[in-house]
Design a protein around this ligand. Structure first.
Ligand code: ZN
Length: 386
């Protein structure tokens, strides 16, 4: 009987810790740009600065990978051919909006509890590339899904939220975003514009991804992307990113882990880049590098050379050095880091006793070992700096 009770306690604990893990956000690290490497002093302003006058991020809720085709989005496809690329983005589960916005802005892996929070979010984020942009005195305007206004209450210079509550509304919900876009295109007092369109997701929930309404909505989105990018690029250097927060399953809706739900496009326009594939959590570190603002302390993302072709090799290696430094700081702050694990294991092999590692095993070791591959950037930088 006691065994059964213990087993029950163990099972419940396992579920709770698995389903509601302790946050792995480490925000208490210094994200300032490094000024030297050994005896070499960086020219920080030259090595790390903005690559655009204005940056636009358009999130089209539930934009599937196979929605971005020359047939469905001809205008956007023509812009990609002139100057841009499409990256295949892998989205972690849960494929619902709140954790996806968090991944897109903090660069961190979301938690399952966010599925619950998705319904009634009162959370305020403490660090993200938006915070970095504000710290760098960049002005951000926002229109669309009001989840962003809840997560970033003090960040936007101007904003207006829409709600995902009325899932039968395919039209008004997006018109309320677009009418603000027209006003912002005529103004010149902002640096970053973020839009989050909900109409496509609503159609997906009600009619599924193969409804003729999907093609009509994509045509509307296509025209908006073209108008925004064209209008702004006539005034100066503009970089636009267009992505889905998550995809849409073949039967409509989302929340699971089927391929159409977890693979979304990231369209980059006005920037030298190449088609590639990476994780959604990589996006914030790369946007921060293109904006020339601090990489958020929350990020566990990798920099992607394919997206950062506008940077010279020296600038790219500096950004890698900066990013890997941040990741290393996090690893060192983790009590069961790879460092500790490696050290303890070597010592165990040598002496037959273990020390240091406080039980449980090196969680996160594998993810960080992948990130640590970037340390080779360090060696490369030293080589070209000499
Ligand atoms: Zn949805």
């Amino acid at each position: 009987m006691i065994q059964l009770a213990l087993l029950l306690v163990f099972a419940v604990s396992l579920f709770i810790f698995g389903f509601f893990p302790v946050s792995n956000n480490i925000v208490d690290i210094d994200t300032e740009l490094p000024e030297n490497l050994d005896n070499y002093t960086f020219n920080v302003n030259e090595s790390y600065h903005s690559h655009a006058n204005k940056t636009v991020l358009i999130v089209i809720d539930a934009l599937r990978w196979d929605f971005v085709t020359p047939k469905l989005m001809p205008l956007t496809s023509s812009l990609i051919n002139i100057s841009g690329c499409v990256s295949k983005i892998q989205v972690e589960s849960p494929t619902v909006t709140l954790p996806r916005i968090k991944a897109l802005t903090t660069g961190n892996i979301p938690q399952y509890i966010d599925v619950v929070r998705n319904l009634a979010s009162s959370e305020v984020l403490v660090d993200s590339w938006l915070h970095s942009a504000r710290k760098g005195n960049l002005k951000i305007v926002f229109y669309g899904d009001n989840t962003w206004e809840k997560l970033f209450p003090d960040i936007f210079t101007r904003s207006e939220g829409t709600t995902s509550f009325f899932v039968w509304d395919f039209t008004e919900v997006d018109n309320n975003v677009t009418r603000n876009v027209d006003v912002e295109l005529a103004r010149d007092d902002w640096d970053i514009m973020i839009l989050h369109y909900l109409g496509l997701d609503h159609i997906g929930h009600v009619l599924g991804p193969f409804s003729p309404r999907i093609a009509l909505k994509l045509q509307e989105m296509d025209e908006i992307i073209y108008r925004v990018h064209k209008t702004l690029s006539e005034k100066g250097q503009i970089v636009s990113f267009i992505t889905g927060d998550h995809g849409m399953r073949d039967s409509g809706g989302h929340g699971g882990t089927t391929q159409p739900e977890i693979i979304v496009p990231l369209i980059s326009l006005g920037v030298k880049c190449q088609n590639s594939s990476f994780f959604q959590t990589d996006i914030p570190a790369n946007i921060a590098s293109l904006l020339g603002v601090e990489i958020p302390s929350t990020s566990i993302g990798n920099l992607q050379k394919s997206l950062l072709d506008s940077l010279s090799l020296k600038q790219y290696l500096y950004a890698c050095y900066y990013n890997i430094n941040l990741l290393l700081k996090k690893v060192k702050m983790s009590p069961e880091s790879c460092y500790d694990a490696r050290h303890s294991y070597k010592e165990f092999v040598r002496t037959g006793v273990s020390s240091g590692l406080s039980g449980g095993g090196p969680q996160g070791c594998s993810i960080f070992s992948i990130r640590l591959n970037l340390t080779r950037a360090l060696a490369s930088f030293s080589a070209i700096a000499k």
